[in-house]
Design a protein around this ligand. Structure first.
Ligand SMILES: O=P(O)(O)OC[C@H]1O[C@H](O)[C@H](O)[C@@H](O)[C@@H]1O
Length: 452
């Protein structure tokens, strides 16, 4: 499924001490005990999601696909979209034959317009995902798309083409779905958005598109077999990052060596940033914890970021992510036109070269005293991706325990949202907007400038 190599965290001068295991063992045990207790008391639902049998969902999705839909537009943002995108892109377009998937994610008029031009609404499902049921980006785009759908197919048919995934009881989307008779799936209340990739949040759109959700869940189950040793393995990784954070390595680069892992790193960034970036510990004392996650893609960022990682401030922990199988490969042919200096590349495959580049970059970073680790996925198939996702959810939750913070809330994102609502006329949040000029934007450059 995957393997983890942490030699580069110890083999550098300023890295982890050889006594790391002895120093952190008790804290890891405590973190594990606390997390296990919270899981067994039902507080943290993410951990048991892989135990659910996906058969009903798979059968349902097959039934809906048989109705002949060509496209689905997944409307959602943050935890309601990043996990779906991560799996879909990692497993790749070969799986997408069943149904094309589009993401109405960012509130970008140009993107939404482009999606509307690409799809035939007569054969398109709208899959709207929001746990709270009130996210401004999601609900705004839903209104526009639903309106277009009603216009294209009529009200009654439009209501058969919307699937809503939201809290079982609370929120505006739940009320709307009940009122309009939309098909719905529940986001379990004890599963937070960024920990929801193995819940209906992502499994519904993935199953509709024909992806192997059974394989995804079984990979997730395998990352932790319940034994003390498997728990310790994940807690130890969490402790490594926390310990390095304490030593001044306040940034965590995840550098993935495959284009199709791009969205997986985006998913990781939200998970890590929102879970661990906190102003207070669980007793309310000020702490300001957090290790900033940074996305990098190899080999592209070797030609963009690595200069900084090598010679800039020694404040980064760098995780390499590789896949041992790329599902397809190409080999450099013997060609008389290849320059002499590059002739050693003849007969080498692109996967081989990419791997050499990852090894080379990691070795160079080690020589520059920069701590690195490497995750090698067996492939970007369902089991490896499921295992990787689950492992990082546990690592993040365990890091939260080690830091003694609540890794499952995100109070810091609320104020900006409320001010934005206030600026747009929300009666309760108007006062919060303070001296920010109200938004009166009619699309012209002049009104945009006036509104600043
Ligand atoms: O699923 P939703 O309620 O729409 O939330 C979508 C996203 O909104 C927020 O800004 C939170 O910070 C995220 O953690 C969440 O994933």
């Amino acid at each position: 499924m995957y393997s983890y190599d942490d030699a580069g965290l110890f083999d550098v001068e300023a890295g982890l001490s050889p006594d790391f295991d002895a120093q952190w063992s008790d804290r890891c045990q405590d973190a594990i005990a606390s997390l296990r207790r919270r899981i067994s008391e039902g507080e943290l639902g993410f951990a048991t999601l892989p135990e659910r049998d996906p058969l009903d969902l798979i059968t349902w999705a097959e039934g809906r696909r048989a109705e002949g839909w060509t496209d689905q537009i997944v409307i959602g943002i943050g935890g309601s979209s990043l996990g779906t995108r991560a799996v879909l892109e990692a497993m790749g377009p070969a799986w997408q034959a069943a149904m094309r998937t589009h993401f109405a994610e960012n509130l970008d008029p140009v993107t939404l317009h482009a999606i509307l031009r690409q799809v035939n609404l007569q054969t398109t499902l709208l899959v709207v995902v929001t746990k709270s049921g009130s996210t401004i980006e999601t609900m705004s785009q839903l209104w526009i798309l639903y309106d277009a759908l009603v216009e294209a197919v009529g009200q009654a048919q439009a209501d058969r083409q919307v699937i809503a995934i939201t809290d079982p009881e609370r929120g505006s989307l739940r009320s709307l779905a009940t009122e309009r008779g939309w098909e719905t799936f529940d986001v379990p209340p004890n599963v937070g958005g960024r920990f929801s990739v193995l819940s209906p949040v992502s499994l519904v759109p993935l199953a509709l598109a024909g992806y192997d959700i059974d394989g995804l869940l079984s990979g997730a189950r395998r990352c932790l077999d319940g034994s003390d040793a498997s728990w310790m393995q994940l807690a130890r990784i969490a402790a490594q990052h926390v310990a390095l954070g304490d030593q001044g390595y306040g940034q965590l680069v995840m550098m993935a060596y495959a284009d199709r892992l791009n969205a997986l790193v985006d998913w990781f960034r939200q998970l890590w940033a929102e879970s661990l970036g906190k102003a207070r510990d669980r007793n309310g004392a000020r702490v300001h914890t957090g290790i900033t996650p940074i996305k990098a893609i190899g080999a592209i960022d070797q030609h963009s970021q690595v200069q900084l990682y090598m010679e800039g401030p020694n404040d980064k922990q760098i995780i390499f992510v590789e896949t041992r199988s790329h599902s397809t490969d190409l080999t450099i042919p013997a060609s008389p036109s290849l320059p002499e200096a590059l002739s050693h590349l003849q007969g080498r495959s692109l996967a081989e070269i990419l791997h050499a580049e990852a090894l080379g970059t990691r070795a160079a970073l080690a020589r520059a005293g920069r701590p690195t680790a490497c995750w090698s996925l067996e492939s970007t198939g369902a089991a490896s991706v499921g295992g990787f996702l689950m492992a990082w959810m546990f690592i993040t939750a365990l890091a939260g325990e080690l830091l003694d913070i609540d890794a499952f809330d995100q109070p810091g994102v609320e104020l900006g949202k409320k001010i934005a609502h206030g600026l747009l006329g929300h009666p309760e949040h108007g006062a919060l907007a303070g001296d920010v000029a109200p938004v009166t934007f009619d699309g012209t450059p002049e009104s945009w400038a006036a509104g600043r």
